[in-house]
Design a protein around this ligand. Structure first.
Ligand code: DI6
Ligand code: FE
Length: 407
């Protein structure tokens, strides 16, 4: 006896094998929040109503795994729309920075915000995402750059989950930028991150992973290595912003460190691809940042594909380089800008995104035993999820077996 049985549906299970792992005229049975049956409706007894406490007829809709955004900076104070306006009027990045703009302005606004205000503003953005079928999100800290504000951000991220009916994975991004008060002593800041912040945050159970911005305007591979060692000692998983603006060989570093993922990768070279393929490091593609920055250097998609590197697609929602709160927009841009197939894009926001979070045994496909996180769509083929922009495609959202959106 199922708690809930979904019928009159087609399934894009995203399980490997055939395109989209598709099962036409399928059914999903849910028991205790987990998927207990996934298959052809015809393989179940004829009297469907007798099989479940609740029978949900989907009117020919498609069911996919709930979408997963595996790379966001969802929590921050203020926004940078005025800076966007100034840039469009021809002001340079330096002028804007001198006028108090850039990442430092977001740090100031985040430090000044209460935890409740951070939760409120992030909840609005998250509402845009859950309307598009999101059931799991990764949220990074990194706009506090002091222990107190980093903790405030991570606590805010944790409180968002139950409030919005989503699963939240939290990542500590201490090496995001050098805070203004350490401008003259970067070694002291890196040491603070490794020796004080990571142990405190890990001990409090406030993060699942640590991340860093490995970039000429961010942190060097040596600094990242040092912080990664501390993160590993404290039981955190690793992720890395690598090769976004230049080639620092960060992806190879991430692979060596057994990081879950290396993210961005526009400037990734062949050695980096090979290292990732060998280590099984997931490539997290962030087409929203590519779009908003009007970047022209494409990540080496064809080579990643040929090397068999797992490719996830994420939104990178942040106020500076990707003010986008739409997982479906990320799918669309992954196809239009990066030439992923719609199937690769959807896999990138489900199965492969789960892998980028180390959650591949729990979520990411419609398979027996996984969490019953479902998105049910008013579409006639799953390619539509990468095709439309701004269309209200979601019919229902199911989180851990409960219908939490739609009726
Ligand atoms: N890469 C990015 O694109 C953002 N952070 C990062 O490490 C930019 C963050 C910002 O400008 O606020
Ligand atoms: Fe990012």
């Amino acid at each position: 006896m199922f708690d809930t049985l979904y019928i009159d549906a087609h399934l894009a299970t995203m399980a490997p094998g055939k395109p989209y792992g598709a099962i036409e005229r399928g059914a999903v049975g849910v028991k205790d929040g987990k998927i207990a049956f996934v298959g052809h409706a015809a393989d179940l007894p004829v009297d469907k109503a007798a099989l479940a406490h609740e029978l949900v007829r989907c009117d020919g809709a498609w069911i996919t795994p709930g979408l997963i955004d595996c790379h966001t900076h969802l929590i921050f104070g203020g926004n940078r729309a005025r800076e966007f306006e100034m840039r469009l009027q021809g002001k340079s990045y330096e002028e804007i920075a001198r006028a108090g703009g850039g990442i430092v302005s977001t740090v100031a606004a985040t430090r000044a915000a209460t935890k409740e205000a951070l939760i409120e503003s992030a909840a609005q953005r998250l509402a845009g995402m859950t309307r598009e079928g999101l059931t799991t999100i990764e949220i990074k800290s990194g706009y506090g750059l002091d222990l107190e504000t980093e903790i405030k951000m991570l606590e805010a991220a944790g409180e968002l989950g139950p409030r919005a009916n989503v699963r939240v994975k939290r990542t500590f991004l201490g090496l995001h930028a050098l805070p203004p008060e350490f401008r003259e002593d970067r070694a002291a800041y890196v040491a603070l991150v490794a020796e004080v912040m990571i142990p405190a945050i890990a001990a409090a159970g406030l993060a699942d992973a640590a991340d860093a911005f490995c970039e000429h305007i961010g942190f060097t591979p040596e600094e990242v290595d040092y912080v990664f060692a501390a993160a590993r000692e404290n039981g955190l998983e690793l992720k890395l912003h690598a090769e976004q603006l230049s080639n620092q060989h960060g992806a190879a570093l991430a692979a060596r460190a057994k990081a879950l993922s290396a993210d961005h990768l526009e400037y990734l070279d062949d050695a980096g691809i090979e290292a990732m393929a060998r280590a099984g490091t997931v490539a997290v593609l962030l087409p929203g940042a590519f779009y908003f920055l009007r970047e022209t250097q494409l990540p080496p998609i064809a080579k990643l594909r040929a090397a068999g590197v797992s490719m996830a697609v994420a939104g990178d929602c942040n106020p500076g380089t990707s003010p986008i709160a739409s997982p479906l927009a990320a799918l669309n841009m992954a196809c239009t800008l990066f030439r992923l197939t719609p199937e690769e894009a959807l896999a990138g926001a489900t199965r492969e995104a789960a892998r980028a979070l180390g959650l591949q045994d729990e979520i990411g496909t419609l398979e027996r035993g996984k969490s019953a996180d479902l998105a049910i769509w008013n579409i006639s083929h799953p390619s539509e999820l990468s095709y439309w922009l701004g269309a209200p495609l979601l019919k229902q959202r199911v989180f851990k077996g409960q219908i939490v959106q739609g009726t």
